[in-house]
Write a protein that binds this ligand. Structure first.
Ligand SMILES: [Zn+2]
Length: 192
């Protein structure tokens, strides 16, 4: 069923709580990132310019498969979210700007988490070039991976709900931070 009215209270709470967690954890800036939830043939998605740390009902727009929307103009990433839902069974997609995970993309095409949690959940994380075909390649990469990173930009995660997508973004950032600390430690430690 396609929805044309306001976002229902349950999904709104999920957007608000996950958005607030992303903001409080420093995984997005005041106006960065976006979130979506599949509903029927379309999806609820944050509007362009929404502040994820302070989401109101007017910040969530329903977008139909045709691209038609009701409410505020949807996120500029709408086509990416639509493509992910078309290609996979994902029920939610989250985009954030985790700092260490983004910094690492400048020097690798695949991020291999060094820690147990990252290896267990994420295995290896593809880095996608941020160019004209990046959106399509990113959506395809999210079929086989829980989270992928767009070079020099940020992470995209899929899940059965927004909490799931938040989990993979936080796991990625924790792994990237540990990788960063390990490299710093290795460089600073006196050689035997
Ligand atoms: Zn972004």
């Amino acid at each position: 069923m396609d929805r044309l009215g306001e976002v229902p209270p349950g999904p709104l709470r999920e957007f608000q709580r996950v958005g607030a967690d992303l903001y409080r954890q420093g995984l997005v800036t005041s106006h960065g990132g976006n979130l979506s939830l599949r509903d029927g043939h379309g999806m609820w998605i944050t509007r362009t310019g929404a502040r994820l740390g302070h989401i109101q009902d007017t910040d969530i727009t329903y977008v139909q498969p045709s691209g038609a929307h009701s409410g505020a103009p949807p996120s500029s990433d709408t086509i990416l979210h639509t493509t992910v839902y078309a290609l996979s069974g994902a029920q939610a997609v989250a985009h954030a700007h985790p700092r260490h995970a983004t910094a690492i993309t400048f020097e690798t095409d695949t991020f291999e988490p060094p820690d147990f949690e990252g290896q267990h959940h994420l295995k290896s994380v593809p880095v996608i070039e941020n160019d004209a075909t990046g959106t399509e390649r990113l959506a395809h990469a999210l079929q086989a991976n829980l989270v992928v990173v767009l070079r020099g930009h940020g992470a995209y995660a899929r899940g059965q709900d927004l909490w799931d997508a938040l989990h993979w973004i936080m796991a990625l950032e924790e792994s990237a931070h540990i990788a960063w600390l390990k490299r710093t430690w290795d460089a600073a430690a006196p050689k035997e």
